[in-house]
Design a protein around this ligand. Structure first.
Ligand SMILES: [Mn+2]
Length: 352
């Protein structure tokens, strides 16, 4: 057993009350890691609570959880954790304002002795917790599986399903560059331990509303293409979401899906937030000559992975598109990044 695994296990077994948090707008890996760690805590006889400062997207609510996910520290009703664990969070901020304050030293009263642990696979994670199990892995859920195995817990039932969800989410069902033989073996082991693949697919994938189908249809009609089709972009206004009665979670997977357009190297999604500012998501094809979209997102205060990243700049959507194209175009066209900027209208054509 490696030193860090031993440390993490010591940290878990030495705590009685464990609070587990994940990033805002949780995806399958965040929720799968949280649930998986929750099952591990249950097996260790620990009292665990979960929290997330934004709601669980509808398409993930089918996952069975040992205890409900609370919306913040106040809902703990005076329950004081011995240990706060963050999963799939590259920074404290990713888990919301309360978590950020905790790590900035502004803790709820009585939490003075609460220790912290971060389990994550984002390479830009600065290791901000007391103990940091931060490793390059295809999914945070893979790290949860390593812990489960070190504790001799079989990857079956809820634990297996939670880890499987995380692995499938972060590898795009074994299509992204994060896919590797180890993750495939891990999935095989979970299936061997009893996971029913068609049932899993029915619960996770075959759940679209007609509204969501219609929204995706309209978004596809409005795709914009740049750099001879090497970049595809979509702008999503609040009014369009309202028109189809959809929520942000209905967009989950859309930006990754755009990579299926032939010739696309980077897909870009810009969504207008309630406050008029922008949430941007970027995906590149992955592989050897793939554009590093993490570097692009970092330019706007965001982060993520080399082929999957996001940022939330405090600027309106059209301004955000212009600025991101200014750094994205040279990156895609093979120019030096990010020193050069592209003259307006000089290099690319807008279509659609
Ligand atoms: Mn992840």
């Amino acid at each position: 057993m490696s030193d860090i695994i031993a440390k993490v296990i010591e940290c878990l077994t030495g705590s009685r009350k464990i609070l587990i948090g994940m990033h805002l707008g949780p995806d399958g890996d965040a929720l799968g890691s949280l649930a998986g760690l929750g099952h591990i805590c249950a097996a260790l006889g620990k009292e665990a609570r979960y929290y997330c400062q934004t709601e669980i997207p509808e398409d993930l609510r089918w996952l069975a959880l040992p205890v409900p996910v609370l919306r913040g520290f106040a809902e703990l009703g005076g329950w004081i954790p011995d240990l706060l664990v963050l999963v799939d969070c590259a920074s404290a901020r990713r888990a919301g304002a309360e978590t950020e304050e905790f790590f900035a030293g502004k803790r709820p009263s009585g939490w003075e002795h609460t220790k912290s642990l971060c389990i994550d696979h984002h390479f830009d994670n600065p290791c901000f917790a007391d103990i940091n199990y931060v490793e390059e892995a295809g999914a945070t859920a893979e790290l949860i599986a390593v812990l489960a195995k070190a504790l001799n817990l079989p990857l079956q039932g809820g634990l297996g399903e939670a880890i499987y969800l995380g692995v499938m989410a972060d590898t795009g069902n074994f299509t992204y560059s994060s896919t590797n033989p180890g993750l495939m073996r891990l999935a095989a082991e979970i299936v061997e331990s009893g996971l029913n693949v068609p049932e899993f697919t029915k619960k996770r994938d075959n759940t679209w509303s007609l509204n969501k189908m219609h929204l995706w249809g309209e978004l596809m009609q409005g795709l914009r293409s740049f750099a001879d089709g090497r970049i595809v972009s979509v702008i999503i206004r609040r009014a369009m979401m309202d028109k189809h009665n959809c929520r942000a979670s209905d967009l989950e997977g859309f930006v990754s899906f755009l990579r299926q357009l032939r010739g696309v190297e980077v897909s870009l999604l810009l969504r207008e937030k309630m406050n008029g500012c922008t949430k941007m998501s970027l995906r590149s094809t992955g592989g050897t000559h793939s554009v590093d979209v993490q570097a692009i997102a970092a330019h706007f205060g965001g982060g993520g992975h080399k082929s999957s990243s996001g940022a939330e700049p405090d600027i309106p959507i059209l301004q955000a598109e212009a600025r991101v194209l200014e750094v994205l175009l040279p990156a895609v066209l093979g120019n030096d990044f990010p020193q050069k900027s592209v003259p307006a209208g000089g290099v690319y054509a807008v279509s659609g």
